[in-house]
Design a protein around this ligand. Structure first.
Ligand code: ATP
Ligand code: MG
Length: 139
């Protein structure tokens, strides 16, 4: 039976540092199936909409600037218990708190520039996936 879905982005810091391949390898080795994937760049308006839930937070402007500062890789991933399994793989928001062996421990440099995004619920995984992909692009 098919697993559940999550949504991820490899953020501009990790793309600039040439870590797309390393991060995709970790995702593959952790047993996620790629349902959809694209290399693209968000405008400030698009990044602002994606992270609208954080619009009242003091770091919102910085987050929008950063997320629109360069190319990203967006993907929908499938695995049993995908949202929780992926958040375990990526580690804590702040890489200083991230467990050994997690993507953020290895590749994030700060709480703001933290290499990857992972959805925080099944509901948001669907909303976020549909923000980037049409049904035709999900395989
Ligand atoms: P993401 O949603 O990107 O997977 P997360 O769920 O671990 O990250 P959130 O609380 O949703 O963390 O914050 C969204 C993003 O906002 C973080 O990944 C980070 O890039 C940025 N951010 C969060 N807290 C801070 C902060 N205190 N200072 C600067 N940037 C922050
Ligand atoms: Mg989040």
């Amino acid at each position: 039976m098919a697993g559940s879905l999550t949504f991820t982005m490899i953020k501009p810091d990790a793309v600039k540092a040439n870590n797309i391949g390393n991060i995709l390898q970790m995702i593959n080795e952790a047993g996620f199936r790629i349902v959809a994937m694209k290399y693209t760049q968000l405008s400030a308006a698009q990044a602002g909409k994606f992270y609208e839930v954080h619009s009242a937070r003091p770091f919102y402007g910085e987050l929008v600037d950063f997320m629109s500062s360069g190319p990203i890789v967006a993907a929908i991933l499938e695995k049993d218990n995908a949202v929780d399994a992926f958040r375990t793989l990526i580690g804590a928001t702040n890489p200083a708190d991230a467990a050994e062996g997690t993507i953020r421990k290895k590749y994030a440099t700060s709480i703001g520039e933290n290499a990857v995004h992972g959805s925080d619920s099944d509901e948001n995984a669907l909303i976020e996936g549909r923000f980037f992909f049409s049904g035709l692009e999900m395989i």
